[in-house]
Every structure is written in C-alpha cells, then in structure tokens.
Design a protein around this ligand. Sequence first.
Ligand code: SF4
Ligand code: SF4
Ligand code: SF4
Length: 266
Amino acid sequence: MAEKIKLYDDSKCTACRGCQLACKQWNGLKAKQTKNLGTYQNPPTLQANTYMIIRFQDVEDDKGNVKWLFRKDACMHCTDAACVQACPTSALRYNKEFRIVGKDLDRCIGCKNCVAACPFEVPKYDHETDKVYKCDMCESRIVNNMIPACVKACPTGALQWGDKDVMMKAAAKRVKELGGDANIYGDKVVGGTHLMYVLKEKPSVYAGLNQNPHVPYSVLLWKNLLKPLSLLAAGGVIGGSFLHYIIHGPKTPDEDGQGSQAEGGK
Ligand code: SF4
Ligand code: SF4
Ligand code: SF4
C-alpha cells in the first residue's frame, strides 16, 4: 500500500465546517455547551471531544481590505512524531501501512507526555476518562478502503485523500495556479506530515501555526538514552516518571483545564 496523505487547500475552503461535523459524527463525539467569543471558530481550540476544528482569522492586506483565512487544525500525523516517541505504553503508534499515527485508547494511562511533547498542541486530556484523545486519520475507515470522514464530507474539494506522490503533484500544481505567496506546508517539517496544507499566504500569517515544529530535546533524551536504560530498571517506571518530570515539571493540582471527553470517543 502506498503512503497516503490528506491534503487541505485553504483557497478552496468555504469554512462550512461539514468536515468538523462529520468528524464528530464518525467518532461518536458528544457536543458540549460552548460560549460565543465573537468568532465563528467554535470551539476555540481542539478538545478531547473535538478532534478537528476549522480556524477562522481575518487579516488586512496592504490596501486595508479585510479578508478571511481558514485553516483545518487537527493532528498532522508527523513522520517523526513526538507523541509516539514520548508515549511509554504505545497507546500512540505508527500505522506502518498508511504511515499515519493511530491510537489504542485501552493502552493510554493518562500520563500526558504526548500532550507536552506535540509541537502542534494536538492531543487533549480528558479528566473523566483519564485518557488523551486526537484524530487517528479515521484509521477504522482507511483500513477498510474508505476515505476519512472529513474528506468525504467536504463539498468543495478543499480536502483530498490519496497516494502521497499524487497529492504532492496536485499540491504543487495548485501552488503554481495560485501564485503569489502560495506554498505547501508540511512536507519539510518533522520528517513530513500526513496532513499537508496548500496555503494561499505564508505560514507566518496563520495564527497558531508552528513555523518550526520539532521533537523536543527532552523527548529525544528519553527515547535515545533514558528509555533504553529504564527498560533495564523497574520496568520503565523510574524512566517514565523522570520523563514526566522533565517535560511537565512539578505536578500542579489541575494541569490542563480542558473540557471532558464525550462518550464513545475513540
Ligand atoms: S501532530 Fe502531534 S499528536 Fe499528531 S502525530 Fe504529530 S506529534 Fe503526534
Ligand atoms: S481523519 Fe477522521 S478523525 Fe481525523 S479529523 Fe478527519 S474525520 Fe476527524
Ligand atoms: S468541509 Fe471542506 S469547505 Fe467545508 S470547512 Fe471543511 S474543508 Fe472547508
């Protein structure tokens, strides 16, 4: 099976949020009461019960004209995934066939190492279940020859799913058509992401988009030195505790403050 990616083209996105709703429905994620914060972006960030959001942003051009920018925010499915490297139980793991980052919730012990390690602030912790949630690229669909639910729901072609080489060619063609500052985001960071963007503006224009995502040094230290050592001592408990300390620092009463996860989340 060829490596696949999901391509998001913000120039084709109308921010209808059909993808956001489809994600909720496929994953059985319950809605929660939210507040109107003066923006259509709702909820304001990813949450344990919201694996993707469409971000809304208004920007002003040189002539003072205001225009919308939209961006799909979800797990980037990094080739060099900090979350996988930080996870002590393999609850987060690579799917070797599709090269995406899947999850096995039964293995999650709620240590939140992945939350601290992810350079895109994707995994979200839920107090009620003591587990962490994120997009798994609809793994249960793609292994059964179905496309991700968000891609299926998109009415404009802003989202596509396909073989990496085909998607990369389509992305390059689209960037050429758009001209100006249009660019591809994702191919040159963290070993290449499997959610890739065609952006009509430079990445620096998009609020909250990490310009230089990388695996934190604390995680590299854990993976390359402390984890092998810890496997020799006390089944990894000492090393795991130390990793937790160097990533999170001393424990505080409420480290996260996120809303709780819905029933049926996967
Ligand atoms: S975006 Fe974060 S959660 Fe997703 S694969 Fe990369 S490191 Fe892991
Ligand atoms: S791939 Fe599936 S889980 Fe991920 S954002 Fe799309 S619908 Fe949600
Ligand atoms: S369904 Fe397509 S057009 Fe609608 S918000 Fe999602 S990506 Fe944009």
